[in-house]
Design a protein around this ligand. Structure first.
Ligand code: FAD
Length: 426
């Protein structure tokens, strides 16, 4: 039996690597358990510019700059009529190097992050899974793990950071998980070699958000390195999967759904024509939820283990990095003053949840067919707030002055029965 470390982290995705690295940087013993062997597949490939700041703290910035990952300078939208907006360049509001971000291959990026954690002293165990977390009431009393060689062990760390992603180990164990009924969506996607890119170095790496006919959903179009583009459709679960996709022919059912929706989106169709599919079809369903608590005595939740919103603005990684950072700061402060209560470990919660709620409102506005172009023409001084929402700078109260005008314009559009055109001329 090995001595228990001060902190155990469950999961080696971006939120687990972030929290573990920052806690180890302060000299604490941290052991991280990851059930998979890295590199492993994961969805979630597009960054928001404000991920720059956690990446810098983690010592990842130079590694990102030296990587082959595609550089992303903008987002571009097309409406349900196929009308494409001007690119929404991040540097227009803030000429700082943070406004250039990346499109990554998650298998490579997550592996880099996990190795970075190792370099900072985290004791990483791949192919080793957490079997259970033990509690007395809501106070954690230990964690049961199984190593790669099959050996099982019970550890008694002072803090457990749950970064287990959608497995949400503690949230499920304590029944804290609440699904977001308004965001009951599904995604179907694959990868294409030789698909078209926007001309010019500035635009070639843009994320494209391309709406389906009749606004039934949207495609993401994320150019990656090695001439590959990630292409996926998101829509209401019941619309996308009007028949079950399980069973022996699940792949052909996903293929059928994917191409049915390509026919509903001319902007995607013309871009992938002549390209070669280079992966299977993949799907994820009903992924939007939030836990009713983010910390308890001796434990804290980060990243998707706490909650996930929706992929529309690529906010998942920004929330994973920021929750990992905020939580790590509360853990190290708590270890220093010997206070590992729920109040100490979750002190970052209210500000974080406010930021997440801002993004949630912004997501719901898109699905309600909001016309951002019209909004910005009417309230040009609000463009900086819209930009802040798009770059992930969401943890500040000043943003909240955007909501009254946003909802007012939404009501006006409904009354005038205007064609909604998300971001069309933003
Ligand atoms: C369709 C879709 C598209 C998306 N697109 C984007 C995007 O473009 N940009 C973006 O920023 N985000 C995107 N996201 C969100 C993004 O994928 C997640 O928010 C992000 O991966 C969260 O990171 P995490 O570290 O919290 O969890 P994860 O990355 O899921 O990592 C959790 C880790 O925990 C491990 N684990 C689980 N259980 C155990 C266990 N019992 N023991 C040990 N290890 C365990 C898993 O193997 C995994 O490696 C998308 C999500 C979806 C569903």
């Amino acid at each position: 039996m090995s001595a228990s470390p001060e902190v155990v982290v469950i999961g080696g995705g971006p939120s687990g690597s972030t929290a573990s690295t920052l806690i180890a940087q302060k000299g604490h013993t941290v052991r991280l358990f990851e059930r998979e062997a890295f590199p492993r597949f994961h969805i979630g490939e597009s960054f928001m510019p404000d991920t720059y700041f956690p990446l810098r703290r983690l010592g990842m910035l130079d590694k990102m700059k030296a990587s082959a990952f595609t550089k992303k300078y903008s987002v571009q939208f097309a409406n349900d009529q196929g009308k494409e907006s001007q690119p929404f360049y991040f540097f227009e509001n803030n000429p700082h190097e943070c406004t250039q971000t990346w499109q990554v291959l998650r298998s490579e990026f997550d592996h880099m992050m996990l190795n970075n954690a190792r370099e900072h002293g985290v004791d990483v165990h791949e192919e080793s899974r957490v079997l259970d977390v033990m509690f007395e009431g809501e106070k954690q009393t230990g964690i049961r793990v199984q190593y790669k060689d099959g050996r099982e062990e019970t550890l008694h760390p002072r803090v457990i950071v749950d970064a287990s992603g959608q497995s949400s180990i503690i949230s499920n164990r304590l029944k804290l998980k609440n699904w977001e009924p308004k965001l009951k969506k599904a995604a179907v996607w694959s990868y294409f070699k030789g698909a078209k890119r926007e001309p010019g170095a500035l635009d070639a790496g843009a994320t494209l958000v391309l709406q389906l006919k009749e606004k039934k959903g949207w495609f993401w179009y994320i150019p990656q390195h090695n001439d590959i583009v990630s292409v996926g459709v998101v829509a209401d679960l019941n619309y996308l999967f009007d028949k079950p996709a399980e069973g022996a022919d699940a792949q052909s059912r996903l293929e059928e759904i994917f191409w049915r929706e390509v026919e509903n989106c001319a902007a995607v169709k013309r871009r992938i024509e002549g390209s070669e599919r280079c992966d299977i079809y993949r799907t994820q369903k009903e992924y939007s939820y939030r836990s009713s608590k983010l910390a308890g005595d001796g434990w804290v939740l980060v990243g998707d283990a706490f909650g996930f919103l929706d992929p529309i603005y690529s906010s998942g990684l920004q929330l994973a990095f920021s929750s990992g950072t905020f939580a790590a700061d509360c853990v190290t402060e708590g270890l220093a003053k010997n206070d590992l209560s729920a109040a100490q470990l979750g002190a970052w919660g209210p500000e974080f949840v406010k930021g997440m709620d801002r993004l949630k409102k912004f997501v719901c506005i898109y699905y309600d067919g909001f016309n951002f172009g019209y909004f910005i023409r009417k309230y040009p001084h609000m463009k900086r707030h819209v930009t802040d929402l798009l770059i992930g700078n969401v943890f500040k109260d000043a943003l909240d002055e955007v909501w009254d005008p946003l909802y007012e314009v939404q009501r006006e559009l409904v009354e005038k029965n205007l064609e909604p055109m998300p971001m069309a001329s933003a």
